[in-house]
Design a protein around this ligand. Structure first.
Ligand SMILES: C[S@@+](CC[C@H](N)C(=O)[O-])C[C@H]1O[C@@H](n2cnc3c(N)ncnc32)[C@H](O)[C@@H]1O
Ligand SMILES: [Zn+2]
Length: 258
């Protein structure tokens, strides 16, 4: 018996050994996952695979269609990830400082990937009280640096935070840990998009600096999120009420028996 079974990996293995298994969990999502992995294949047989393939594809296609406007891509590319840094305001020069302990984007150790190393480099911009970035691409250099035609770059040397203490690239001031915590607690920390990861077709992951199209996507997502938040909160409460119906709760909590 596993009373905290999560997705059900332990009961799954126990059932494979032929034991009689009882499993439960507090989280109904975990329980549904567990049921899908353990009960349904036995109950519905191999035909279930076809249904799973069909509906997984449907959910994927539908999500892609509905979310496309929030993840815009430049021609020929498919955006994969957005890389954001938290920001604080430097107490000395009032610049907005993005915080990261290093600026690596890609540092795979395999031989076939050693020429694809990539990072961003912070570029001070004190006039506009912000920090900009450039992308540095090259091959593995000495230690953990990137070798480029212009020389070596180690993205850890331009860290803007280390052991909780920040450093402003515009004026060189130390940004004390207390101040960073204070801005975090007061919920006045900002965020800055500093790189975008994308693919061309089935190609490898590539990186570029953000462009206005990325900001537009984010703005649209923010607007849509705020517009729907009230409705989602309402639906969440409804769902919760639904689950607190005692019979359903029983089903959700004490359900997987193989
Ligand atoms: C670390 S996960 C279990 C992972 C699982 N053993 C596996 O290998 O996949 C811990 C689980 O305990 C569940 N849990 C936490 N408190 C619980 C409680 N009071 N009653 C039942 N389940 C609980 C959580 O919902 C979570 O799914
Ligand atoms: Zn500063």
């Amino acid at each position: 018996m596993d009373a905290f079974a999560g997705g059900g990996s332990i009961p799954f293995e126990a059932a494979r050994y032929g034991f009689n298994v009882l499993a439960s969990d507090l989280n109904p999502v975990a329980v549904v996952t567990m049921k899908a992995a353990m009960e349904y294949p036995l109950k519905f047989g191999p035909d279930l695979q076809q249904d799973i393939d069909k509906w997984v594809k449907w959910v994927g296609d539908e999500a892609e269609k509905r979310l496309a406007e929030f993840f815009p891509s430049l021609p020929g590319e498919t955006v994969q990830n957005y890389l954001w840094a938290h920001t604080v305001v430097c107490p000395q020069c009032q610049s907005v400082v993005p915080l990261s302990p290093n600026w690596w984007l890609y540092k795979r150790p395999e031989k076939q990937n050693l020429h694809k190393w990539c990072a961003v480099k912070p570029i001070p911009n004190p006039e506009n009280k912000r920090v900009d970035f450039e992308v540095v691409r090259g091959k593995k250099g000495k230690g953990i640096a990137i070798q480029t035609a212009e020389g070596e770059y180690d993205p850890e040397t331009t860290a803007t935070i280390s052991r909780g203490v920040g450093k402003c690239p515009n004026c060189g001031s130390v940004i004390e840990n207390d101040l960073i915590y204070e801005q975090g607690r007061a919920d006045v920390m900002g965020h800055q998009l500093y790189a975008v990861a994308y693919r061309r077709g089935e190609g490898n992951l590539e990186f570029r600096l953000p462009q206005s199209i990325d900001d537009d996507g984010f703005d649209k997502a923010k607007t849509s999120f705020n517009k729907h938040l009230h409705y989602w909160s309402f639906r969440f409460c409804q769902m919760f009420q639904f689950l607190t119906d005692i019979n359903l709760l029983k089903e959700a909590l004490f359900c997987s028996q193989v």
